[in-house]
Ligand binder design. Structure first.
Ligand SMILES: *Cc1c(COP(=O)(O)O)cnc(C)c1O
Length: 349
């Protein structure tokens, strides 16, 4: 007799981030800014005061308050997670029944499909079409005629870098009965958040992360924001001590510094604008670049006549970006990093 993995595990391959030596990492949409020394100092101070023998606060009470203050929302509608990844997994595992149909849009964040299948749900896919903008009326019709239990999508979208208007988002939420999981991972770089309106809807959960705009990918911290009933359900379904005390402590320090957060966003938006404008200029001289999408995120999404050659050429020069078949995704880095990419492209193209 031999132990057999279940079918859903048999076909899984572990997530493989790019390995190898890269001097410039523009493949994972992280912030290029590490914490400044004065914040590192405060963080070390705070961590040294921790009671390491005690379990963390299961509800991250102080942290959720600080987070809610920054966005001017009610902290009772906020749940912290071990990265928004944990929250996606938790929602898929607890808000649906085995076999339920979950709608995703394509292209969108690839991890949705991973958590949907692990939760033994059925992933349905709605194609955004050639302009990469989902037609909201068609999405609503699809949901209401295909017995869809939930929809999850990112706004603005990773990887397309483009957003759906608030008007369309509200229209979608109001015109379906299913659960709408709205992933606002990149919303700090745009201006169309509906965080403040979350209590108007009984079928909306918004996900946010500290991994992108706030440069805290290392500590794994995300948030779910929803009305009271949904929040109670999320809190009931989560594992009790999901966010560790170090993460809570570090985040309490950093997220209390509102001017630092605003500075992060300002600089990352500038980096994004400058990278985008450089690509538009480059496109006017290099016909191999066939499309540069106008981004609302901290990365640029492009098409070239030979993505593989561009990706390999950059890799050989120690620059990691994300290869996505028909497209390439390049995170906005520091001025020097962005210049290095552009310089390399001058050579490659
Ligand atoms: C990066 C990313 C996340 C994951 O965030 P974590 O909080 O680091 O788990 C979620 N959604 C989208 C669309 C992302 O790009």
């Amino acid at each position: 007799m031999a132990y057999q993995l279940t079918p859903k595990l048999r076909n899984l391959t572990p997530y493989q981030p790019i390995t190898g030596e890269f001097k410039i990492r523009l493949d994972a949409n992280e912030s290029y800014m590490n914490l400044p020394d004065y914040l590192k100092e405060k963080v070390s101070q705070a961590v040294s005061q921790l009671e390491f023998n005690r379990y963390p606060d299961p509800y991250c009470t102080r942290l959720c308050k600080i987070y809610a203050e920054y966005y001017k929302i009610n902290s009772e509608l906020v749940t912290a997670g071990n990265g928004s990844d944990e929250l996606i997994a938790l929602l898929m595992n607890s808000f649906f029944e085995k076999g339920d149909k979950i709608l995703t849009l394509a292209p969108d964040f690839s991890m949705y499909g991973f958590y949907i299948s692990l939760a033994e749900l059925e992933q349905m896919v709605f194609d955004k079409g050639s302009d990469l903008h989902p037609k909201i009326d068609e999405v609503i019709y699809y949901i209401n005629t295909n017995n869809i239990a939930g929809i999850i999508f990112s706004n603005p979208c990773n990887p397309t870098s483009m957003g759906v208007t608030t008007e369309d988002i509200i229209k979608l939420i109001k015109n379906v009965n299913c659960l709408v999981i709205l992933d606002e991972a990149y919303m700090d770089f745009w201006d169309s958040s509906i965080l403040g309106r979350v209590s108007e809807f009984d079928n909306l959960i918004i996900l946010r992360t500290c991994s992108k705009a706030f440069g805290l990918a290392a500590i794994r911290l995300g948030f779910a924001v929803a009305n009271k009933t949904l929040t109670n359900a999320i809190r009931a379904a989560k594992s009790p001590y999901n966010v560790n005390s170090m993460t809570q402590t570090v985040a309490e320090v950093v997220l209390s510094d509102q001017s630092y957060l605003q500075e992060c966003i300002k600089q990352l938006k500038q980096a994004r604008e400058s990278l985008y404008e450089s690509f538009v200029k480059l496109q006017s001289r290099k016909s191999a670049i066939t499309k540069v999408y106008k981004p609302q995120t901290n990365f640029v999404f492009i098409k070239t006549t030979d993505n593989k050659a561009v990706f390999d050429g950059l890799s050989q020069r120690g620059i990691a970006i994300r290869f996505m078949g028909e497209f390439l995704r390049i995170t906005a880095g520091s001025q020097d990093e962005n210049n290095a990419v552009l310089q390399a492209l001058e050579e490659i193209l």
